[in-house]
Every structure is written in structure tokens, then in C-alpha cells.
Design a protein around this ligand. Structure first.
Ligand SMILES: Cc1cc2nc3c(=O)[nH]c(=O)nc-3n(C[C@H](O)[C@H](O)[C@H](O)COP(=O)(O)OP(=O)(O)OC[C@H]3O[C@@H](n4cnc5c(N)ncnc54)[C@H](O)[C@@H]3O)c2cc1C
Length: 499
């Protein structure tokens, strides 16, 4: 029997399959569409996403290397399309920028990775039914039923997996219809432009690779609608003429938009799955959360879901997962559902800032923009959140303050931390140079050659396969118990020599 079936071969499904395979799990993907979706959709990769894409190879390089070589590096990110932007240049990452690259290219590279590693992706294969028992999951594709030990539902916003499993999708109903288009302009721009008017609406133009621009926004008449009105607006065809007229009303000119590649309307519905796991079935990506496309976060948070999920599920499949990883304090649902809740909350906040077309809305924008412009705590918090770098997981009360945080890309005796991560291995970092000999089947020991900022006094740190700090301490007492607690189902103490 297959270990894991992934329903949905979008970016999140492919990333999950790639990491599961790298951890020694047998996995196959069932995807409804015959080809990769050619629409740009997500145009933005944030720093943490480039970091996790560094875990996957593409020939002699990593997927992130290929993306960085092809995309446009933008040093600033926007929050609610405010003109005062967040500065990514000082972020502690090898990727201190937003990378503008169409989603289809990220998907293409993931598909090439799966192909190179002989991971089966069944295209034109729609999952129509899902069942689970105490021992297995079953999915129906056409006339056949396939069986596996676990199922990951990465089948997008309308996830059949989520519905068939009876998991609620809780959140807000939409009241704004937003437009988005990929077009050419006769007035080229070298950087993003933002327009907001309390009497007309808002719009933005963002340069993409290949001379194309993402143009998006909302008109005042499309805000404050009922859910039914939003649904009807989305069902109407959105044409180039509609886009031109909307831009003239909002910006006073249409920038010479022509040759559209893609035109669409979406909504500001913000929802997340009530549980990310039910028995042997897990949800990831848009299947687990949807929101207003604001700040380019959907694809990013989804790929980070996959990174959090894959190593834990692999540990469970391979029989060594301690309770804390299965349903305990470090379980997938316990760690990623709060991230989805905050994602929905921050996009709702952006929604209010973008779509409150009134003098009050203008005042709110001016105030928040002013706080961001100070480049202090507010912009630091927002940058940490949007970039994905400040997402940290629960830290037990007595634990070192680094526990749960994402480790920086620390220089190691050989290479750097991000390129040393493996989805089935922990890294034990020796920062003192006198770490006792450690014997554990799932831990690689490595020496740190340059101590990162904020790690003063730390002698040893255990890094999870997804790059977060599992344990850190200034001495070695408790190290063997910590290793066992993370890597053994029954917490047999690891053996430390010569303590
Ligand atoms: C206009 C727009 C702009 C966006 N801009 C951004 C942005 O700038 N930045 C950002 O991060 N995100 C953005 N997003 C969101 C981003 O596109 C999604 O978050 C991302 O695609 C989620 O990936 P996923 O793999 O979870 O889901 P999807 O990409 O939806 O993939 C799900 C896959 O499952 C397949 N599938 C569905 N049902 C079944 C079934 N029953 N059986 C088999 N296969 C099935 C689908 O065919 C699809 O390939 C945008 C989205 C839109 C619509």
C-alpha cells in the first residue's frame, strides 16, 4: 500500500510530495487538470518561501537558485497597498527581498523536481470521493479506488477532501469584489504604483518578468456588497474595456493597458479550516485557508504549510514520531492553524485599510502609513510576519527563548544551515566546540563557524527538519532528553558520550 496520497497537484501538493519522498515515504499525487495552470496568479515569493524552496534540488542547483536567477528582486513589500512600504533589505536571510515571478514557473520547477525523482503525478485524475477508516484512507478516481495510509488534501479553496472529511471552513463572507489582470502597458513602469481615492476605489500596477504587469484593485461600487452580489459580480465576465474604465475612474488614466494575458474578479472571503487534521487526513494550502489576495501570501503560507507537515507525517509513517508531533504541542494542526488564523486576520486588516472608501478610511491609511514610515516596531512586526521569517511555534515556559523560532542561515563547517536541512534529519549545532559525542539515528552533528546575532551564550541547538529551533541551551544538561523527546516515539534517552 502507498504511504501517502496527495489530492491536488498544485504548488502545495507538489511541495508536500517532494518533501515526503525526500524523507523516504512512498507518495503519489492525483491532479484533476491535465496541464499546469498557465495563469500567473501568485506573483510574489517572500523570503521564507525562498528559504524552504532551497530544500529541493533542481539538477545541480536548488529550486530557489533557479527562481532567483529568473525573477525580479524587489527590496520593498506593501501592506494594504500603502505608499509607505516595508523594507526587506535588512532581513536576516539570504533572500532579503520579494521575488516577483509568476506562479506557473514555481509550479513548473516543482513538477520537474517530481519528475526527476520519479514521484508519480497522475494528471487528468479527479478525486471524487474520500473515505477513511482506522487503518487507511481510500480515494475514488474515475471507476477505481486507491488506498494509502494517509491522505493530504492540497486540492485548493473548494477542496473536496475538506468537504468529504466534514471539516468546517470558518470565517467571513465576502463583501468586496476585487479585479486582477495581467496585461501589457504602453506606459512602462520600473516599479509598483499604488492609487487610492476615497471616492473612486484603489488600484495598483506591479511589473512582472517578461514585460507584463499585474493590475489589481477594487472600485467603490464593488465594496460593501452582499455575498450574493459579490458572487454575481464574480460570475460576470471581466473585460479589457471594464479594466480600462475602472482605471480611468480610479487613477484618471488607463496606462495604455492592452493584450491581456488574464482577467478575473475574486473576493475578500477570509476562511480557514476548523481542523487541519482529521484522523489520517490532513489539509494544506488553499484547502486549509483562503483570504483576500493582499500582500501576496496565499502561495507562500501554503508552501510553508507543506514544509511543516511533510517531515512530521514522514516521521509518523516511518514509525518514529513522538506524540508531540502527531497530535501534541508540535503537531501540524497545533502549529499551522494559528498561522492560518493570523493570515486571515492580517488580510482582513488590510481589507479594512484598502476598502474603507471614506474620510475615515483615508485617516486610517494615513495613520498606519505614518507608523510604517518610522521603520520601527510596527514595520518590523509587519515585515517579520509577511516575509514569513518571524513565524515561530509554541515554546514551553522553561525553554530557551530561541525555541520555536526559525533558525537563521547559519554558516556551518560545511556549507550553510538552509542547504544542510533534510526532511528526515535533525541538525545538532555545536556552537561551543566541545559538544560531547552524540549517538542518535536521526541527528546529524555539525559545527557552527560563526555565531548568529542573538545567539550569545548558546552552546548547543537542535534544529528541526523544517529549520525551526527544537532545543537550545547554554550547557549540555538535558540535551539527551531533548533529543529523545523529539526523535523517539517512547523517549528513550539518546546516548551522550563523555558528559
Ligand atoms: C488573482 C489571484 C492572485 C493571487 N496572488 C497571489 C500572490 O501574489 N501571492 C500569493 O502567495 N498567492 C496569491 N494567490 C493565491 C495563490 O494562487 C494560491 O494560494 C495558491 O495557488 C495555493 O496553492 P494550492 O496548491 O494550495 O492550491 P491550488 O493552486 O488551487 O492547487 C490545487 C490543485 O488541486 C487540483 N484539484 C482540485 N480539486 C481536485 C480534485 N477533486 N481532485 C484532484 N485535483 C484537484 C486543482 O486542479 C489544482 O491544481 C492569488 C490567487 C489569485 C486567484
Amino acid at each position: 500500500m502507498m504511504d501517502v496520497i496527495v489530492a491536488g497537484g498544485g504548488p502545495v501538493g507538489m511541495m508536500t510530495a517532494a518533501l515526503l519522498h525526500a524523507a523516504g515515504v512512498t507518495v503519489e499525487v492525483y491532479e484533476r487538470d491535465c496541464e499546469i495552470n498557465p495563469q500567473s496568479r501568485a506573483t510574489t515569493l517572500h523570503p521564507r518561501t525562498l528559504e524552504v524552496l532551497t530544500m529541493l534540488d533542481h539538477g545541480q542547483r536548488r529550486i530557489s537558485d533557479v527562481l532567483v536567477a529568473e525573477g525580479i528582486q524587489v527590496p520593498h513589500a506593501h501592506f494594504a497597498m500603502l505608499p509607505q512600504q516595508l523594507d526587506y533589505r535588512d532581513l536576516d536571510t539570504p533572500y532579503p527581498y520579494l521575488l516577483t515571478i509568476p506562479q506557473w514557473r514555481t509550479e513548473q520547477l516543482l513538477a520537474e523536481h517530481l519528475h526527476a525523482h520519479a514521484i508519480a503525478v497522475h494528471r487528468g485524475a479527479e478525486v471524487t470521493e474520500v473515505e477513511q477508516s482506522a487503518d487507511e484512507v481510500r480515494i475514488r478516481v474515475g471507476e477505481t479506488w486507491r488506498t494509502a495510509r494517509y491522505l493530504v488534501g492540497a486540492d485548493g479553496a473548494h477542496s473536496l477532501t475538506r468537504k468529504a472529511t466534514g471539516i468546517d471552513f470558518v470565517g467571513t463572507t465576502p463583501n468586496v469584489a476585487v479585479f486582477a489582470a495581467d496585461v501589457h502597458l504602453t506606459e512602462p513602469m520600473s516599479s509598483s504604483q499604488f492609487f487610492w481615492s476615497p471616492v473612486a476605489g484603489h488600484a495598483a500596477t506591479v511589473p512582472l518578468p517578461g514585460g507584463i504587469y499585474r493590475v489589481f484593485g477594487a472600485e467603490i461600487a464593488d465594496a460593501g456588497l452582499t455575498a450574493e452580489q459579490v458572487r454575481r459580480r464574480q460570475a460576470e465576465q471581466f473585460t479589457l474595456a471594464d479594466l480600462r474604465e475602472a482605471l480611468i475612474r480610479i487613477c484618471g488614466r488607463d496606462f495604455g493597458v492592452h493584450n491581456p494575458v488574464w482577467l478575473s474578479r475574486s473576493s475578500n472571503s477570509g476562511r480557514h479550516a476548523e481542523h487541519f487534521r482529521e484522523g489520517r487526513i490532513m489539509l494544506a494550502g488553499d484547502a486549509a485557508h483562503v483570504h483576500l489576495p493582499a500582500g501576496g501570501q496565499g502561495l507562500n503560507v501554503g508552501l510553508q504549510d507543506a514544509t511543516n507537515l511533510a517531515w512530521k507525517l514522514a516521521a509518523e509513517v516511518n514509525g518514529w514520531a513522538p506524540e508531540r508531533l502527531v497530535g501534541g504541542e508540535a503537531g501540524y494542526d497545533r502549529e499551522r492553524r494559528p498561522v492560518a488564523q493570523r493570515l486571515v486576520a492580517n488580510t482582513l486588516a488590510q481589507d479594512a485599510l484598502m476598502h474603507t472608501f471614506s474620510d475615515a478610511g483615508a485617516a486610517l491609511r494615513e495613520m498606519v502609513g505614518g507608523l510604517i514610515a518610522r521603520h520601527g516596531e510596527v514595520s518590523g512586526e509587519l515585515s517579520g510576519w509577511l516575509s514569513g521569517l518571524a513565524i515561530s511555534y509554541q515554546r514551553p515556559d522553561a525553554a530557551h527563548p530561541l525555541v520555536g523560532t526559525k533558525a537563521p542561515d547559519i554558516p556551518l563547517a560545511e556549507g550553510n544551515l538552509l542547504r544542510a536541512l533534510r526532511p528526515d534529519r535533525f541538525l545538532l549545532l555545536d556552537l561551543s566546540g566541545d559538544l560531547p559525542h552524540v549517538v542518535s539515528a536521526r541527528v546529524d552533528v555539525t559545527v557552527v563557524t560563526r555565531r548568529p546575532t542573538g545567539w550569545d551564550g548558546v552552546a548547543v541547538a537542535l534544529i528541526r527538519p523544517d529549520g525551526h529551533v527544537a532545543y537550545a541551551a547554554e550547557g549540555y544538561d538535558g540535551l539527551s532528553e531533548a533529543i529523545s523527546a523529539w526523535t523517539e516515539p517512547r523517549h528513550q534517552p539518546a546516548h551522550l558520550g563523555e558528559l
